[in-house]
Ligand binder design. Structure first.
Ligand SMILES: Nc1ncnc2c1ncn2[C@@H]1O[C@H](COP(=O)(O)OP(=O)(O)O)[C@@H](O)[C@H]1O
Ligand SMILES: [Mg+2]
Length: 215
């Protein structure tokens, strides 16, 4: 990725939206969507106006996790987000439900991400949480280059493989000058019903994931 090239698109604000928080990771299956959903619902329950944009276009899991099986309506040119648990939601899963995969290349992904950011009637939001797909690919690039992301949260598990990929995600955010708000170490221990001590601890992400403190 070459983030600061001349000709880069301007990062126009999204009218009405105060903070954009991207949830990323290097890997799939580490809990990004789980963290995104819980963060958005948690913010809403604290009284903030919260939205959740599912940017995982190829594997949109937000509808299932939020228990939604509906298609959003359009009002004029604007798509109306679906509201659940006080959170405004938009996901590719609303438009392409079921198991049929999407086969799209970069330019299509770019236009969907722009539609989700600017063609959805988000209204007034304190926080728009963005559930990113795994990795450091086209969707991340499209978002980061065109939206004023306030900060990113990187989700990992304690495994070396996940941490290695999380470091790449952190490095990507550093490169494009998106501040890292924090890391979530998910699945960091196992509660064992047959073991009196209760939990098998994992290794902490804070100790091993920083790009400046490589093992
Ligand atoms: N802390 C956890 N404990 C148990 N299961 C979890 C936990 N976090 C996530 N999961 C489960 O792991 C699976 C992958 O999580 P998901 O949030 O979809 O990951 P990602 O979005 O990174 O691909 C889901 O089935 C989710 O319910
Ligand atoms: Mg996901």
């Amino acid at each position: 990725m070459t983030p600061n090239q001349p000709g880069q698109m301007p990062k126009l604000p999204i009218p009405g939206v105060k903070y954009l928080v991207a949830i990323g990771s290097g890997k799939g299956g580490v809990g990004k969507t789980t963290v995104s959903v819980n963060l958005a619902v948690g913010l809403a329950s604290l009284g903030y106006k919260a939205g959740l944009m599912d940017a995982d276009v190829y594997g949109p899991n937000v509808p299932l996790m939020m228990g939604i099986n509906r298609t959003p309506m359009a009002l004029g040119e604007r798509i109306q987000p679906i509201e659940q648990f006080g959170v405004k939601l938009m996901s590719m899963g609303f438009l392409n439900p079921g198991d049929k995969p999407l086969v799209w290349r970069g330019p299509m992904l770019h236009s969907v991400i722009q539609q989700f950011l600017r063609g959805v009637d988000w209204g007034e939001l304190d926080y728009l949480v963005i559930d990113l797909p795994p990795g450091t690919g086209d969707v991340q690039l499209s978002l980061i280059q065109t939206a004023p992301i306030t900060g990113a949260i990187v989700v990992t598990t304690p495994s070396d493989v996940s941490l290695e990929d999380a470091r790449k995600a952190i490095f990507m955010f550093h490169q494009v000058k998106v501040p890292i708000l924090g890391m979530v170490e998910n699945m960091s221990f196992l509660m064992c019903p047959h073991f009196d001590g209760g939990a098998f601890p994992g290794r902490t992400a804070t100790r091993s994931a920083s790009p400046h403190r490589r093992r």
